[in-house]
Design a protein. Structure first.
Lengths: 461, 145
């Protein structure tokens, strides 16, 4: 065991040895990125036929990368490429070298398959250990990992990082909320990892069981795998008495461990020594000027088994280059408020569920359980928001409840720019999921070919 | 002399009131009266019962949203003009009624009207001054033993 790691404590130095690379001088970081970019382009060109073909179509060879800006010359990779080459078509290594496969849950019939060599797993554990350090987790912390273990990258990704750091990890996986709460309480867990919606569910359940999480040692939550709002964060921090960090990743790139928030909570530091970020116009693919909002594109600089060159994440964000008070030189991504995949097109207007959430929060102060239901009447899309009535907003007169409903209608309409219906429903009547919240029910085109594809890029866009 | 009323949020769908009544019945909780206010979309069920605390807890564990409100129960003569006399007092004092519902009591010659006022304390004072019988919990629940 590495003696530096064992003897390290916050008092000696503000920089944990595993995090040192987060603080690299920028000139060194850029030089490292360029060297790695050139290497990965060569690696991928030699080993992945689809990439080689696309380079040739553009008259490019790996020798054309002289500068980091040259990344913009390279062809994009998108989710459709992964579907088209299912299951192993974009692998750059043979099974002799591959030691792990994961797959996305995905709503499509075929999942996306991702592969890791032994070295890839080492990198993954190291970026996850850096993620824990960013969130203020140290050796001695007891981490309850409630991300799903299995094909999903969440569970094993967080698990390996916690072990690399030397913290104590409890491999709970997701589900069985009462048991989660019992373990959290009895084992004195200091950190929890899961989706934010599942943690809200745990808070509710804990309250039902008479457990006040604020009175327990739990101090940090690491939440990701779905978009969540600042108001959800405020509620989690307040009701559980913890610091809630946003963690970002996607299995196509590596899984969790791409970017995460430091305690300043002002953007997610991206581990850009391994994942090179760009922001492009989602429609034209043009690289946007620094600081502008657009679609995040990531290039894996070191991944061997399945390198991704300029992968279109469909996540909308911007890059923050200003120095962070924490001292890290790696840049930050603004919190991802929407995933372009979540975008609904209703009567030709783009609507994100996060906009509806913001409106609900503005009116009610906390986020109630809600569901967006899309139907089609007389060839016109109808959007109904079902909102569960909470004890906090329930009043005894019809007038007061009708007023609440009207305020919700008004706030949602002014946020999304569409006429909507709001239906107040009984508590616990909307579908819950133990993992990701089921927020959208699209019943348009039902009967003909099942629910209509509502995603951007679907047949009705 | 205010009475605690239990209010529940209900969606407009068949079987909802039955569900609530069955839960209360299984716990041997007796209702004094109940009243349903409804709109096209939802309803508010208002219950008067002695063990309202127990009922609230029980219904909440069954997932209902419940709240309590203070209402005023007034005994009114069960004959023409009985109600008008009460309303006249309220009108004179400019007291606003948010809602009301009535039921007949076991004694037969009297009806009970439950009011929700915007200013309940003033209403009670005015009615008592005018000689009306404002019922307290003992009188209201006493007969149900």
């Amino acid at each position: 065991m590495n003696s530096t790691l064992e003897s390290w404590s916050d008092g000696d130095s503000p920089v944990h040895p595993l995090s040192a690379i987060d603080f690299l001088p920028l000139s060194q970081l850029r030089a490292m990125q360029l060297y790695r970019l050139q290497s990965i382009v060569r690696w991928t060109y030699q080993r992945v036929p689809l990439f080689r073909e696309r380079m040739r179509e553009r008259g490019l060879t790996p020798d054309d990368i002289h500068d980091l800006r040259d990344v913009a010359k390279l062809p994009f990779t998108c989710k459709a490429d992964l579907h088209a080459t299912y299951p192993f078509g974009l692998f750059a290594c043979s099974m002799q070298e591959i030691v792990r496969l994961h797959a996305s849950s995905g709503t499509k019939s075929k999942p996306i398959v991702v592969a890791y060599t032994q070295e890839d797993l080492e990198v993954w554990a190291s970026v996850m250990a850096r993620t824990f350090l960013l969130c203020g987790i140290r050796r001695g912390d007891i981490i309850q990992n409630a991300y799903g273990y299995g094909l999903f990258t969440g569970g094993l990704g967080f698990h390996s990082g916690a072990e690399r750091l030397g913290a104590t990890v409890i491999p709970m996986s997701t589900g069985n909320s009462d048991r989660q709460i019992m373990i959290m309480k009895d084992f004195g867990c200091t950190a929890v990892c899961c989706t934010p919606s599942y943690f809200l569910h745990l808070i509710e359940r804990a309250r039902d069981l008479g457990v006040d999480l604020r009175k327990h040692p739990l101090r940090v939550g690491m939440f990701g795998a779905e978009p969540w709002t600042e108001a959800m964060r405020a509620r989690i921090q307040d009701e559980a008495g913890i610091k809630a960090h946003d963690c970002y990743g996607l299995s196509e790139i590596i899984g969790p461990g791409v970017a995460a928030e430091c305690p300043y909570q002002n953007g997610l530091h991206v581990f850009e020594d391994h994942f090179y970020p760009e922001i492009v116009d989602p429609d034209t693919g043009e690289v946007l000027p620094e600081g502008e909002e657009g679609e995040l594109v990531l290039t894996t600089l070191t991944k061997q088994a399945m390198p991704m060159i300029r992968y279109r994440t469909r996540d909308i964000t911007r890059i923050i280059s200003d120095p962070c008070p924490c001292g890290r030189t790696i840049r930050r991504l603004a919190r991802i408020r929407h995933r372009s995949d979540d975008m609904l097109i209703v009567r030709g207007i783009n609507v994100f569920p996060s906009q509806v959430e913001e409106a609900l929060l503005t009116v009610e102060g906390t986020l109630p359980h809600y569901q967006i239901v899309l139907t089609r009447e007389d060839n016109l899309d109808q959007m109904e928001i079902r909102v569960e009535v909470t004890p906090e907003v329930f009043a005894d007169t019809v007038g007061a409840m009708e007023q609440l409903r009207q305020r919700l209608v008004h706030q949602i309409e002014s946020t999304v720019g569409l006429r909507v219906r709001v239906r107040l429903v009984e508590p616990q009547s909307l579908q819950r999921s133990e993992g990701k919240a089921k927020r959208v029910l699209d019943l348009r085109n039902q009967g003909a070919n099942g629910p209509a594809p509502h995603h951007k890029g679907g047949t009705n866009s | 002399m205010k009475i605690v009323q239990l209010s529940l949020f209900l969606e407009n769908k068949p079987g909802q009131v039955f569900r609530i009544c069955r839960i209360l019945a299984e716990a041997q909780l007796n209702l004094i009266t109940l009243c349903l206010a409804d709109t096209q979309q939802f309803g508010i069920l208002r219950l008067i019962l002695r063990d309202w605390q127990k009922a609230k807890e029980l219904l909440e564990t069954h997932g209902f949203v419940a709240t309590t409100t203070e209402v005023v129960a007034i005994e009114v003569d069960d004959r023409p003009g009985g109600m008008a006399r009460v309303l006249e007092v309220l009108s004179e004092h400019q007291i606003n009624i948010e809602y009301l519902y009535a039921f007949t009591f076991k004694r037969g010659d009297k009806a009970v009207v439950v009011f929700r006022f915007d200013r309940p304390d003033e209403a009670i004072a005015a009615l008592q001054q005018a000689g009306e019988n404002v019922l307290g919990p003992v009188e209201l629940y006493g007969d149900t033993n």
